[in-house]
Write a protein that binds this ligand. Structure first.
Ligand code: ZN
Ligand code: MN
Length: 466
């Protein structure tokens, strides 16, 4: 029997607002432990929260980018649970009236667009950070003691929940790359999984291909890269198929994925008891975003990454267009485009030799260097790329210095090489024309690479024909 995976994602994004969600403490990294706190984010009795306007506007903007409807009235709710890193005993989140609902994202693939539904995107505050000391894993099991850093407590988070519209580990990865790039381009978060500013949980189930039933799902938590999310989902898909095929039953469970060993480990099911006793937050007024604000934010939306992949696909092909866009290198790509160079060459350069470039202070010079790429040796080209950020760099002067195309300078070297390789010259003249590259290579070597390969090619060919 063949099986169809059914995957839904839950993503938390830490917004890079200057201050926290409900107080004026600075948000973000830096500062010693427990230095960015106040009575509000420490949950002192009587301290009152005030909503961060920028966080609301950014969430609306993200919701619009995800094709969501923006609620005319959204309500904060208390999500009650007890945990040491949650000083109030509840998290302020949104429940039945979230800010953004019912969106969809088109994920470009080589076989057309995949539509992924967005159930909701809501705003909430982050919990503080618990650090487990001792033990090998950094997790609570085996630790000697734990400490809490409240700096992160109260920073704004957007939680995005997708519909179970994802049907492979690879689709999940593609969706996440596109989502991440969208968030980064909106300028609302750095969205780095390694730093925890983007966190992904995946709900996974499988069903017989062709059916539309939804079987028991499991959840994968604690993964810190897109590759590991995809690996974790794949491992769980394989595990569930094996359970069903052996006549067993998949049980509802939460797993951590250990990427180093490719293994899923079940969490204690006690942690799963979910009764959050949600109720509307009495200390905050509902958010009612004015229609003019929503329309202004909609008008400010830039071209979205999915659309850009389709726009660049014609010139670059699907794979390279996706790489350029999801790696965030499209701005450099457009800066370096030149009607005298194949766009694919520019894109390949940015994904390979130029992958370390973060910005290009002298685009005109780097464009000229790219045009000269074939005329100079690879090492010289790389050297030029590194030097091109300097304000006095001139591609023309650099190329001239690295290249000799002057026949008077090249001919004596060519004579020498041919004289030293008489047998190969003979073989070439008897028809082994593939040896041309060998002679050119020898000449380039003699000249330490400082020669125009095309000029050498021409000269060697005509010399051998005479
Ligand atoms: Zn505070
Ligand atoms: Mn959440």
């Amino acid at each position: 029997m063949s099986w169809q995976p059914v995957v839904g994602l839950e993503i938390h994004v830490q917004l890079k607002t200057r201050t926290k969600m409900f107080c004026r403490c600075p948000a973000g990294f830096g500062g010693g432990e427990n230095t960015q706190t106040c009575p509000v984010c420490l949950g002192f009795p009587g301290a009152l929260p005030v909503t961060n306007r920028a966080a609301v506007e950014w969430t609306v903007k993200l919701g619009l980018a995800l094709g969501c409807e923006i609620a005319p009235r959204a309500v904060f709710a208390r999500k009650n649970y007890f945990y040491p890193d949650l000083p109030k005993g509840y998290q302020i989140s949104q429940y039945d009236l979230p800010l953004c609902t019912n969106g969809k994202v088109l994920v470009p693939t080589a076989e057309g667009d995949h539509e992924i539904g967005i159930v909701r995107a809501h705003l909430e505050e982050d919990a503080a950070k618990t650090v487990h000391v001792g033990g090998r894993t950094g997790r609570i099991g085996g630790a000697d003691y734990s400490m809490v850093d409240f700096n992160r407590g109260g920073t704004p988070l957007v939680e995005i929940v997708t519909a179970p519209d994802i049907h492979s580990a690879d689709d999940a990865r593609r969706f996440l790359q596109l989502l991440r790039q969208t968030i980064v381009e909106l300028g609302i978060s750095d969205a780095e999984m390694e730093k925890g500013t983007l966190r992904v949980d995946a709900n996974v189930s499988v069903r017989p291909a062709g059916s539309d039933e939804l079987r028991t799902r499991t959840e994968i938590k604690n993964v810190n890269s897109f590759a590991f999310v995809a690996q974790g989902i794949q491992a769980e898909i394989d595990r569930q198929i094996a359970v069903w095929e052996a006549g067993g039953e998949v049980e509802q469970q939460t797993y951590d994925f250990d990427a180093a060993h490719g293994k899923l480990t079940a969490r204690r099911s006690k942690e799963e008891a979910e009764d959050y006793r949600y109720f509307p937050e009495p200390d905050l007024v509902p958010i009612e975003p004015p229609a003019e604000l929503v329309e202004r934010l909609r008008a400010e939306l830039p071209e979205l990454p999915g659309a850009r992949i389709r726009r660049l696909e014609g010139a670059l092909g699907f794979g390279l267009a996706t790489d350029i866009v999801t790696s965030g290198r499209h701005a450099l790509y457009e800066l370096l485009l030149d009607d005298q160079v194949d766009p694919r060459e520019v894109a390949n350069f940015l994904m390979n030799e130029g992958r370390e470039l973060r910005d290009v202070p002298n685009p005109a010079e780097l464009r000229s260097l790219l045009k000269a790429k074939r005329e100079i040796p690879r090492e010289a080209f790389l050297e030029g790329v590194a030097a091109s950020a300097g304000s006095s760099f001139s591609a023309a002067a650099f190329t001239r210095e690295r290249v000799t195309s002057d026949a008077a300078a090249l001919e004596p070297v060519i004579e020498r090489v041919l004289a030293a390789n008489e047998a190969q010259v003979q073989a070439y003249r008897e028809g082994k024309e593939g040896l041309l590259g060998f002679f050119v290579g020898q000449v380039m070597k003699e000249l330490g690479g400082k020669a125009d390969a095309r000029a050498v090619n021409e000269l060697v060919r005509s010399r051998l024909q005479s």
